[in-house]
Design a protein around this ligand. Structure first.
Ligand code: M6R
Length: 614
């Protein structure tokens, strides 16, 4: 949530900030602003709406200066107005601040400062912090490191989370950054330094980065940086090199990132499998689990935690691990687990899944599990993300940058990795070599099977046109298709704003059946499995109530043509990979429906890609 970028160096800061904000816009797109130090004052520009509005305004202003900060906002405190847009400037006009996170005790700070004569112009929590910095600065008067110390001392009073960047008029050669709970990364270039919430903001300038840890504060200059903790301990910063392909974040011939990312799935899955299938032993192998086979054999129970789409991937993982490894699995929303104080058996392994590796609730769940001494593992896509750095061991997805807010390729790659984890655990227990080999072959077939489904995109687009005016939608599936039904409903509602519900197909008659009408169609997953006839009965129940039906069905199910209004046929596959294949048409259908409704597919209203506030 919210993207921060800072630049100090020999180039014009404004254009680098705008470029960085464009690349960070997926983190929030309610409004955007920047402040550049030029001479005696800040050039301060803010606009509601997208970064392009800010860029347009910047063309009409002269924004000189090589030191600046920028922000793209996902509103928490205060509506989407220019006054609530960052950067916020202190009422003495000496400081400008960009902030990601929530200052929980801002009302108390604000009241205190108002009593001292400080004026406030926004409803944000962040404005309290910039004025607190101004207050400490005024109090320090003749102290050395006055700017740095006033930021540091202010942070000692703050409750909540932050990733921030601060400018001071009196110190044009410095930017102060700090983090607690919201990511912040330093980029080191040739005679220039950068600061951002995500390396994507500056990876085309420099790939030498330093990841800040919680409670660290950085002093950034054009020629270098220094880091300490907020309580003044020294920090030995590690400069790392990130592997970043610039073309990853460009749209190419596609209309939207979501479309591009749907079509990238064969490659994303190939990348997730590369070097991880062990055909000699009929199992999977992973480099970074940091547990031995005998330690894995001690695991009695697995708890998965995640949010949103990643939580749906956990539900699939539950099914696959219980089915192939016979280990009991539970799945919790990370936001619930972190406060629930759930009793866990000592041999429980805690697994978190997060595309971004920055989701605050998932991170908090991971920390809670570690605090209690449990072994933790993570499946994440973003290399070097906070979750990736804090977990005991993990598996990278290597799905490539996912820019569209609606998760697509990250989801299928999470399921694929879960299938490989099920295979690995299964082979440590009762799964036979032969069954392992059969599963490996099924995994290897996946990319081409997905290509087959993608070649049917025009057919799915035609179906989407017929349903684009729906007022509601039900997604129904049984067993491992139930999480795919949940995911289908989430996908459709988040990008097309059609209300949708995912249900186990049999559960539908316990309530949601009341919604079925000509304007509320249902999508059912019909596989050739032991649930086939029962699912067909559920389908008939929908039709009996004049509900239109889309069937997503496997080739070997020989689905009777007259039973559905529209049919999408997908290849038949091993039950462990069928949920991956079933996800593709549902992603495409949601995408085309949203496009038909002229929705902003990549940046749906009210959302942000990375949810770093509670
Ligand atoms: O980065 P994460 O995987 O932790 O994100 C979790 C959710 O915020 C995310 O999956 C969200 O539900 C997506 N918008 C779904 O498309």
């Amino acid at each position: 949530m919210c993207g921060i970028v800072g630049y100090i160096g020999k180039q014009k800061a404004a254009s680098i900030l705008l470029d960085g904000l464009q690349r960070l816009e997926y983190r929030g797109y309610d409004s955007a602003g920047l402040a550049v130090l030029s001479g005696e004052k800040f050039s301060h520009l803010r606009r509601t709406g997208r970064v392009k509005n800010l860029a347009q305004a910047a063309r009409e202003h002269s924004l000189f200066g090589g030191t600046g900060i920028g922000h793209t906002r996902w509103a928490t405190h205060g509506e989407v107005t220019e006054a609530n847009t960052h950067p916020h400037v202190s009422s003495d006009e000496k400081f400008a601040l960009v902030h990601n996170g929530v200052i929980e005790n801002y009302l108390g700070i604000r009241k205190f400062l108002e009593g001292k004569g400080y004026e406030f112009f926004s409803s944000t929590d962040s404005e309290a912090l910039v004025n607190l910095i101004a207050y400490h600065y005024a109090k320090e008067q003749n102290g050395t490191d006055r700017f740095f110390e006033s930021v540091r001392k202010s942070l000692l009073h703050v409750e909540g989370t932050y990733g921030l960047g601060v400018l001071c008029l009196d110190e044009p050669g410095e930017i102060i950054g700090a983090r607690k709970g919201s990511p912040l990364i330093v980029g080191l270039g040739d005679g220039e330094s950068l600061l951002a919430s995500d390396v994507a903001a500056f990876a085309h300038h420099t790939q030498n980065v330093v990841y800040l840890n919680d409670s660290e504060i950085v002093r950034l200059k054009a020629g270098g940086f220094s880091i300490s903790t907020i309580s003044q301990e020294d920090v030995e910063a590690v400069v790392q090199r990130v592997d970043w392909q610039v073309e990853e974040s460009t749209l190419g011939d596609f209309s939207h990132y979501m479309e591009k990312e749907i079509f990238e799935q064969p490659t994303a899955l190939e990348n997730a499998m590369r070097g991880r299938l062990d055909e000699v032993n009929g199992t999977a192998k992973f480099g970074g689990l940091n547990l031995t086979a005998s330690e894995f054999r001690q695991v009695d129970r697995i708890l998965f935690c995640a949010c949103g789409t990643a939580w749906h991937a956990c539900l699939v993982a539950e099914y696959l691990i219980e089915r192939f490894a016979r280990i009991p699995v539970e799945v919790e929303y990370a936001s619930e687990f972190r406060y629930r104080n759930a009793p866990l058996d000592k041999d429980t392994l805690v697994f978190v899944i997060s595309q971004s590796g920055e989701t605050i609730d998932t991170l908090a769940a991971l920390r809670e599990a570690r605090r209690k001494g449990f072994r933790t593992l993570a499946i994440t896509n973003v290399v070097g993300s906070t979750i990736a750095r804090e977990t005991d061991g993990g598996i990278y997805q290597y799905a490539g940058a996912e820019i569209g807010v609606a998760s697509t390729k990250a989801f299928t790659s999470q399921i694929l990795i879960s299938a490989m984890v099920a295979l690995y655990f299964g082979r440590l227990r009762d799964l036979s070599y032969q069954d392992g080999i059969v599963l490996i072959q099924a995994l290897k077939n996946l990319p081409d099977q997905i290509r087959t489904i993608l070649s049917e995109a025009d057919h799915i687009q035609k179906i989407a046109r017929k349903y684009a005016d729906a007022e509601g939608f039900l997604f129904l599936g049984r067993q491992v298709m139930f999480p795919i039904a949940l995911e289908g409903a989430l996908k459709l509602k988040e990008i097309s704003y059609i209300h949708a519900e995912g249900y186990p197909a049999a559960e539908m008659k316990h309530g949601p059946i009341a919604l079925i009408s000509e304007t509320c169609p249902s999508l059912l997953f019909v596989n050739n499995d032991e649930m086939y006839h029962k699912t067909l009965s559920n389908l008939q129940e929908v039709r009996a109530r004049k509900g239109r039906v889309i069937a997503v069905t496997t080739l070997d199910a020989n689905f009777p043509k007259d039973l559905a209004n529209d049919i999408i046929t997908i290849p038949s596959a091993h039950e462990a990979v069928q949920p991956i294949l079933a996800s593709i048409p549902v992603q495409l259908l949601s995408y085309y429906i949203a496009k038909e409704r002229n929705c902003d597919v990549d940046k749906p209203r009210n959302l942000a890609k990375s949810v770093t506030v509670e």
